[in-house]
Design a protein around this ligand. Structure first.
Ligand code: TYM
Length: 335
């Protein structure tokens, strides 16, 4: 049987990259599988943060996920720090993971910047906590964007080494499910200002991303001002080679319209961005408006959001506790 786990950081709000790369997939998977979705507040403190903002952002993220279609009656939605397994299993897996493996993680290199000596130890072992998140529920499938591929590989390596070291078959190897919910879903949504950088909450320019909470005028303006090139659109996807901004915008259109890139180009080949951009903005506004409406509604009800997370935490804990006990037994802790 399949069990799905995935997580998102409660830093800033949901953007279109999160949504098309991962969250839309979270929503469709809850129809078919047992799904556990986690707002990873333990991960959020690996970087400097303000406590009151973390609390507020955790609730906002819960509102955004519910607004996107996560159904707390079917899926489990909770914040990570409520379930002690995450921190405890991470410690045990820290003793399985190798320094060399973590030294190869590109996210640590990106996030720590020039000051490696000044980075928190937590930031260095961040991917081990992520492995604990997944393995502590014996999850089999993990819907994520392309940027999480390396962390998923590490989780598989840790699971394999743990199983081999102790001669058990405790952890199943989790499979990444990368990208949108069909072939049109982009695995990596790029910045609107630079087609070679991923869309990200940490980009200082808000013009680089579409937030799920942007209103219609903001979306129209961001698309209008999105970077492009002067060429008309090509006949086929192959013609987007070497045109990262054009490829990104056409990819977004395809993902939102639920069709292939070639199908989009069949309508727009030979036309310029002056014709394409308003159509893209229109499509985006139509897709995001209902999410935005629900978000505004949900955000105004923190008591409900807290209740959803508390209830989710209890259900998550009930799955995680027996796995943690099995791990403790396996490594030889007297209990
Ligand atoms: P986070 O919070 O950075 O992002 C949440 C999800 O959104 C995807 N994503 C994107 N996909 C496509 N294009 C983009 N521009 C883009 N930006 C973000 C991410 O791939 C991710 O799926 N380490 C994780 C959180 C995490 C986790 C886990 C994920 C903690 N534990 C266990 C899966 C399983 C992170 O920082 O995601």
């Amino acid at each position: 049987t399949k069990r799905v786990f995935s997580g998102i950081q409660p830093t800033g709000n949901l953007h279109l990259g999160n949504y098309l790369g991962a969250i839309r997939n979270w929503v469709t998977m809850q129809d078919e599988y047992e799904c556990i979705y986690c707002i990873v507040d333990l991960h959020a403190i690996t970087m400097p943060h303000v406590p009151a903002e973390l609390r507020a952002n955790t609730l906002e993220m819960a509102a955004a996920l519910l607004a996107s279609g996560i159904d707390p009656k079917r899926a489990i939605l909770f914040n990570q720090s409520r379930v002690r397994m995450h921190a405890e299993l991470a410690w045990i897996l820290n003793c399985t993971a190798r320094m060399g493996w973590l030294n190869r993680m590109t996210q640590f290199k990106d996030k720590s910047g020039k000051d490696k000596e000044g980075a928190s130890v937590g930031l260095f072992v961040y991917p081990v906590l992520q492995a604990a998140d997944i393995l502590g529920y014996k999850a089999t499938h993990v819907p994520v964007g392309d940027d999480q591929k390396q962390h998923l590989e590490l989780a598989r390596d840790i699971a394999t080494k743990f199983n081999t070291d102790f001669g058990v078959e405790l952890f199943p190897l989790p499979e990444p499910v990368i990208g949108g919910h069909n072939a049109a879903g982009p695995a990596r949504v790029m910045s609107l200002r630079d087609g070679t950088a991923k869309m990200s909450k940490s980009d200082p320019s808000d013009m680089s991303r579409i937030n799920l909470t942007d209103d219609a005028d903001t979306i129209a303006n961001k698309i209008k001002r999105a970077k492009t090139d002067p060429e008309p659109l090509p006949e086929t996807a192959a013609g987007l080679e070497g045109r990262p901004e054009a490829r990104n915008l056409v990819g977004l259109y395809a993902a939102l319209a639920d069709c292939s890139v070639d199908a989009v180009l069949a309508d727009y080949a030979g036309k310029g961005f002056g014709a394409f951009k308003p159509a893209l903005a229109e499509l985006m506004i139509t897709a995001l408006a209902p999410i935005n409406d629900r978000f505004v509604h949900l955000r105004a009800d923190p008591a409900y959001l807290s209740q959803v997370l508390r209830d989710g935490g209890e259900r998550a804990n009930a799955i995680a506790e027996p796995v943690l006990a099995q791990v403790q037994e396996t490594v030889g802790f007297l209990r």
